[in-house]
Design a protein around this ligand. Structure first.
Ligand SMILES: *Cc1c(COP(=O)(O)O)cnc(C)c1O
Length: 227
């Protein structure tokens, strides 16, 4: 199937999942995960339209090169990988949102370099899996409080990759948990404007994630094919 067909299909499925649980489909954003995919594939996807398109990349230098090559297309770039501090320079000023902040140190380093209002998410390692980055649930509140003191970062909410299981229903408890962690965070922070961003759900489980409250789904394989 073509990339444009896949995107239309995913958007329809997102819409149906939202309606099934009484949510407004326009409150959920699709991030097309284009890591390892060519300029041509991204250009094709970006031109499906309408309007603005969000792409996610995992490697800072790859995102930098693609953003430069594709200047002029209506693309918003999200960084969704593990970010090493010495790679932050590649992201600026290319990136609209960094979804994977998992330490105070990293938050400080990013805030020093990005422009005011750069959106960000805290990445949560819900099961404390050794192979994954992300902060443990207990670390969320102190990190969020710290990010809120930084001048340039605009905290949106929480992001997570659940432990992989081919059966999407196995992801549901983790999605529920992330939503509860966001509710708890809002209860603790008592901000005037609640944080409402939940970035969760990938190719095989995004419909379940939407049912559990995702506001961003990150989809690679189901749009661009295998990597
Ligand atoms: C690769 C990746 C995705 C997309 O995964 P698919 O299963 O290909 O949809 C989503 N989120 C993150 C953080 C990723 O690294």
């Amino acid at each position: 199937m073509s990339i444009s067909y896949n995107i239309t299909n995913i958007k329809n499925r997102m819409s149906c999942a939202a309606k099934r649980c009484g949510r407004d489909p326009t409150s959920i954003r699709l991030v097309a995960v284009s890591k390892t995919k060519s300029f041509m594939a991204i250009r094709e996807a970006a031109l499906v339209g309408p309007g603005h398109f969000v792409f996610g990349e995992n490697y800072a230098q790859e995102l930098h090169d693609k953003a430069l090559e594709l200047t002029g297309l209506p693309i918003e770039w999200h960084f969704i990988g593990h970010l090493q501090k010495n790679k932050i320079k590649y992201l600026i000023p290319m990136v609209a949102c960094i979804e994977t902040i998992d330490s105070i140190e990293l938050a400080n380093a990013i805030s020093k370099r990005v422009t005011r209002g750069t959106e960000c998410f805290i990445e949560v390692n819900i099961e404390d899996e050794k192979s994954k980055s992300g902060i443990t649930p207990a670390g969320i509140l102190p990190l969020a409080e710290h990010i809120l003191t930084l001048p340039n970062l605009n905290l949106q909410g929480l992001m997570m990759i659940p432990p992989f299981d081919p059966n999407p229903e196995k992801s549901r408890p983790y999605f529920k948990k992330l939503r509860e962690l966001l509710d708890k965070l809002n209860g603790d922070l008592k901000l005037e404007n609640l944080l409402c961003g939940l970035s969760m759900g990938m190719s095989h489980d995004f419909e379940i994630a939407i049912e559990e409250g995702a506001t961003i789904v990150r989809i690679g394989t189901a749009i661009f094919g295998g990597r």
